[in-house]
Design a protein around this ligand. Structure first.
Ligand SMILES: *Cc1c(COP(=O)(O)O)cnc(C)c1O
Length: 461
């Protein structure tokens, strides 16, 4: 299996090269040259597999340059840190199925991919005799999941910038209570944008990038998407009786990584009717699906901060397929977008989009009302991100068609919104018990690129 860029500017590379490259060197995103299809008899044979075994089968189709025995061990180890035997169990409440993706160490779905990516990095670096300094910016969830994915690993150090005092207290503690020597939390006296701009500047400094072997863990890494494809299959098998049934997945969406994994599963042949793309007030993608209007707005803060994004980086992967795998068209569309802040689509493309997706934008009041009414009716607490997806799903119920809502975070992780909606403090899972009393390590620095650069220079491997 070879990998190519959505912008057509690189020679095909292998799976492990794609994992190490992250963003394609021509500025595009990496995708498999062809998406493997799975036939009915294969689906049939996967139906009752435990999660780890299924993950091995799915991932193997996209990865042919890691010995199967090693790949199996890497996958198995990645999910040992989950606190549920099924890894991603499905529960049913209030007429919808809920795919719980929050049983990993930091209580959000990002653990599913970042636990595996951390192990893949360690394995590949060791093989190649290399080291890597991961640098990233976070507004909350990605940072803690990435830190947990690489803590204590050999040949890797990680530097995560977060805006000082601007993440939720639990999110900050999930990062700063990790005391492993290779973990460096940098609290920046500034905003998330300051953090992100400084990280971008460091990556754009090619000499610095080279000298310190900078690595990235953001959701453009193909391995992250791939790890997420698995649970679409897993959930499908839990809620259907036969392979003739089509389902709808409702996906709370920010950077388009999670829902793109669902799109890949559907392209492989999983019987998915449509993907329901749920957004908060930052609804550029809903405008795209419903009106063919892809134009830049301003990011507004919401109750579901991990979805407060306007330009979704993984969206380019979908555009590649929407444009019939025409890399020239992708390049032109992005050049136009950079100039004008908008993108145009043909009538035929809009029909394709409508066959692939449904979409609904859910506002603050609807989110609170959904958390509250769902709890009253079912006794089940939704986190605000999940609530956005559940609200979108409840508005789209089709007779008899199974609806699977992705639960992307545990309610205890966003307890403020949950308390506002229900007046109840969500029960804390074991990983958060007493977290306020644990020792922390974190360096507070000015929002100044020279200070951040100096810090990394001092602590890099
Ligand atoms: C990251 C995140 C999302 C958005 O996922 P994307 O892959 O960026 O679309 C939704 N919910 C939670 C809790 C998240 O952490």
């Amino acid at each position: 299996m070879k990998y190519i860029s959505t912008r057509g500017g690189i020679e095909p590379i292998s799976f492990t090269e794609a994992v190490m490259m992250g963003l394609a060197t021509d500025g595009g995103l990496l995708l498999p040259e062809t998406v493997p299809s799975v036939d009915l008899s294969t689906l049939e044979s996967w139906k009752d597999m435990p999660y780890r075994e299924l993950a091995f089968r799915v991932i193997s189709l996209f990865c042919d340059d890691i010995p199967p025995h090693d790949l199996k061990l890497l996958i198995n180890r990645s999910y040992d840190s989950f606190d549920h035997r099924e890894i991603t169990p499905v529960v049913t409440h209030g007429g919808v199925h809920i795919l719980e993706l929050f049983h990993g160490p930091t209580l959000a779905f990002k653990d599913v991919a970042l636990q595996l990516l951390g192990n893949l990095f360690e394995y590949l670096l060791k093989k190649q005799g290399k080291k890597m300094n991961i640098v990233g910016a976070t507004s909350g969830d990605t940072g803690s999941a990435a830190i947990c994915g690489v803590r204590g690993k050999e040949n890797i150090a990680i530097f995560i910038l977060h805006p000082h005092g601007k993440t939720s207290p639990v999110q900050a503690l999930q990062m700063t209570t990790v005391l492993d020597d290779n973990v460096h939390n940098i609290a920046v006296k500034g905003t998330f944008d300051d953090c992100q701009n400084m990280v971008k500047a460091l990556f754009n400094d090619l000499r610095f990038k080279e000298e310190f072997s900078l690595g990235a863990v953001n959701s453009i890494n193909w391995a992250r998407v791939l790890a997420q494809v698995v649970y679409y299959f897993y959930a499908y098998f839990r809620v259907t009786k036969g392979l003739d049934e089509e389902v709808i997945f409702s996906v709370p969406t920010g950077n388009f990584g999670d829902i793109f994994a669902g799109y890949v599963a559907r392209r492989m042949g999983l019987p998915v009717r449509r993907l329901l793309l749920a957004t908060n007030e930052n609804n550029i993608l809903t405008r795209f699906v419903n009106h063919g209007d892809y134009s830049l707005g301003r990011v507004v803060p919401t109750l579901s901060p991990s979805m407060d994004i306007q330009v979704a980086s993984n969206f380019e992967r979908y555009l590649f397929y929407l444009f019939g795998e025409n890399t020239k068209r992708v390049r032109e569309a992005f050049a136009r977008f950079a100039e004008t802040g908008r993108m145009e689509f043909t009538e035929q493309e809009r029909e394709t989009v409508a066959a692939d997706f449904l979409s609904r934008s859910v506002n603050r009041q609807e989110t609170l009302d959904t958390i509250s009414s769902f709890f009253q009716e079912t006794g089940y607490l939704l986190d605000p991100h999940t609530a956005v997806g559940v609200k979108a799903a409840l508005d789209h119920v089709e007779d008899g068609r199974p609806l699977i809502c992705l639960a992307t975070a545990h309610p205890a992780k966003f307890d403020e919104a949950v308390v506002t909606a229900t007046g109840r403090e969500p029960e804390r899972p074991a990983s958060l018990a007493g977290i306020e009393d644990l020792p922390t390590r974190c360096d507070i620095v000015e929002a100044d690129i020279a200070a951040v650069r100096a810090f990394i220079q001092r602590h890099a491997l």
